[in-house]
Design a protein around this ligand. Structure first.
Ligand SMILES: *Cc1c(COP(=O)(O)O)cnc(C)c1O
Length: 406
């Protein structure tokens, strides 16, 4: 049968929407299925009430310490500093890693804008690197070739031969929860004397060779925004191995105030970035569910993977080998021939009540970063036209798991 070019996207949309119906159930405009909504219940209410009763709702109180300890236990990070959000955690991570005015920081163009904004907050310039096509991480080999050509050793670390600027760090992103090649990145960072920062905002519950992501580099950061696997309303955290570095991060997050019973003495210009107790209370409640939520999300991913494995020309993104992903957002990659129709396909699915999304607009295509230095970014630009993130709420995952048991 001859299919009009303008109708082809309709066929793909139909196929995707019928799989979504099979895996997560029917939707329509009156009952849309969100991309990712928080899972909240009685536990959260109890903890918030306890926090209110204690009177400690702001930037001090027992819930903050408890929450930081629980993050440490769950991730294996020796030091944890909870912050007001993930962006603040990234900013602080870059500051304590030494990124400052006039430096460059390497970062994937394909990330949420917060990663790149945090670099500019330090007065540094983002230098965009390409993504890896299978799992959305970093192609270490290709990056190695690029850096060999780009970098030369300088008095305070590697320098960009072309701009003369010091390159202060590299930030990698565990996109949609899938761990990047951390062994490869660690080796590369050692070779080029680059501090490694892991943006693990999307990857709480994901491991690489059995160890939690965010704990392999100099510093890792988390987010507890409302759309992440667990939420504190707004919040984030730094995971730091080195104790002195952690003490410095904590100090800078607390307006650089020297501890004293009454005196206000601040020893440098710093930030008010500590997480309030009210948010930490919510976090403690959410952490009682975390293992269960990760498990349910992995099972939902399995169901999606099986359903899409039978479809030609649509690839479900799976976790890389030797890793365990939290599958924060399940996602599919359209065939190259459908790349031009992604907006129509997204439109069809959203009209049908499935609130799907593309990846982000590549950072180098945003007006404020258009002049930033970068490598060729063909994979990043391709992914922007081919990846569709699917409904992945933890509550939805729990429902799918329950239905499968009956
Ligand atoms: C959510 C997110 C952040 C920032 O987190 P906020 O808590 O919203 O500030 C940073 N990087 C990535 C990749 C994210 O997905």
């Amino acid at each position: 049968m001859h299919v009009e070019k303008s109708d082809e996207h309709g066929v793909i949309s139909q196929r995707i929407s019928s799989i979504l119906k099979d895996v997560i159930g029917g939707a329509d405009q009156e009952r849309p299925i969100p991309l990712h909504e928080p899972y909240l219940g009685r536990e959260e209410q109890i903890h918030l009430e306890e926090c209110l009763k204690s009177g400690w709702v702001s930037s001090a109180g027992p819930f903050i310490e408890t929450f930081e300890q629980e993050i440490g236990v769950f991730t294996g990070a020796p030091n944890v500093v909870a912050t007001v959000n993930g962006t603040a955690a990234l900013h602080l991570a870059l500051v304590v890693a030494g990124a400052g005015e006039g430096d460059e920081v390497l970062v994937p163009s394909m990330t949420f804008v917060a990663t790149v904004n945090a670099i500019t907050y330090c007065g540094a310039v983002p230098h965009f690197i390409d993504s890896e096509p299978e799992h959305l991480g970093v192609d270490v080999e290709q990056l190695g070739v690029y850096l060999t050509d780009l970098l030369k050793p300088g008095p305070n670390g590697p320098e960009n031969c072309r701009t003369g600027r010091r390159v202060a760090a590299i930030v990698v992103v565990h996109t949609l929860g899938h761990p990047v090649d951390l062994d490869g990145m660690s080796k590369l960072c050692e070779q080029f004397d680059l501090p490694l920062i892991e943006d693990a905002a999307e990857a709480l519950g994901s491991t690489y060779h059995g160890a939690h992501v965010g704990t392999h580099g100099l510093i890792g950061t988390l987010s507890f925004n409302g759309n992440k696997i667990v939420t504190t309303g707004g919040g984030g955290a730094l995971l730091i191995r080195d104790e002195d570095l952690a003490a410095r991060a904590r100090h800078l997050a607390t307006t650089a105030k020297q501890p004293h019973a009454w005196e206000y003495f601040h020893d440098e210009v710093a930030f008010n970035y500590r997480m309030p107790s009210l948010n930490a209370a919510l976090g403690v409640a959410q952490f009682t569910r975390l293992t269960k939520l990760v498990d349910a999300k992995r099972k939902l991913a399995q169901a999606y993977a099986e359903a899409f494995s039978k479809e030609d020309g649509i690839r479900f993104i799976k976790e890389p080998p030797n890793t365990s992903s939290n599958y924060w957002l399940n996602a599919i990659v359209l065939d190259t021939s459908d790349a031009g129709s992604i907006d129509q396909i997204l439109g069809d699915l959203v009209d049908g009540g499935y609130l799907v999304r593309p990846l982000w607009r590549p950072s180098h295509q945003l007006p404020m970063f258009a002049q930033s230095p970068r490598m060729d970014l063909p994979v990043c630009e391709d992914l922007a036209r081919r990846v569709i993130s699917l409904p992945s709420s933890p509550g939805l995952a729990m429902d799918v798991v329950k239905a499968a048991k009956h």
